[in-house]
Design a protein around this ligand. Structure first.
Ligand code: SF4
Ligand code: SF4
Length: 184
């Protein structure tokens, strides 16, 4: 029969020697391997006290963006949902009413906007498809949870903090995007 690998090692059927029966050389060899790791650089870190820097192309949790006055950018055009290969985005559009100009930048807005994080593959196509700079993938993880329904993120989970009401949180959510030019 043809072997599936060239790395297979035949098992020795020879009777064990006296020293092999003592198991001491094998234990000593194992301890040496363990001790040798003490002096090696640790591959682990003390998370969450220490955090590794993200790759510049890291794509994390989605953020629904606001403009510098705090108005929601999203116009509920649906392009992100169409572009999403995982069909993770759903939304409901609504008309902006007189007096709501300080809340929504466009005449139409997303009254409901949901992303199913269990479907999302963090490909970033929603961000690329959006003509209004209304959604982007941030530098944070989606937190773990025990219940599936907690992974349906609504607007309250996705909207960026208000830039004038909570400037610190807004700046933190923007991350490296703070250096980029706003898109009109
Ligand atoms: S990152 Fe990709 S999979 Fe996730 S919601 Fe956006 S388009 Fe869909
Ligand atoms: S996030 Fe962008 S692409 Fe998606 S509905 Fe809003 S404006 Fe359109």
């Amino acid at each position: 029969m043809q072997a599936l690998t060239t790395k297979s090692k035949e098992v020795s059927r020879e009777p064990m020697s006296f020293w092999e029966k003592m198991y001491l050389p094998a234990i000593f060899k194992g301890m040496m391997i363990t001790f040798s790791h003490i002096f090696k650089k640790k591959p682990t870190i003390n998370y969450p006290e220490k955090k590794r820097p993200f790759s510049p192309v890291f794509r994390g949790l989605q953020i629904l963006n606001r403009d510098e006055e705090g108005r929601e950018n999203c116009t509920a055009c649906g392009l992100c949902a169409v572009a999403c290969p995982a069909e993770a985005i759903t939304m409901e559009a609504a008309e902006r009413q007189p007096g709501e100009e300080n809340l929504y930048r466009e005449e139409k807005y997303a009254a409901k906007y949901e992303i199913n994080m269990l479907r999302c593959i963090f490909c970033g196509l929603c961000e690329e498809a959006c003509p209004k700079d209304a959604i982007y993938l941030s530098e944070t993880f989606t937190p773990a949870d025990y219940q599936r329904k907690q992974f349906i993120y609504g607007k309250k989970d996705l909207l960026i903090p208000h830039p004038t009401e909570d400037p610190e949180a807004y700046k933190k959510a923007l991350g490296n995007r703070a250096k980029k030019e706003p898109v009109n």
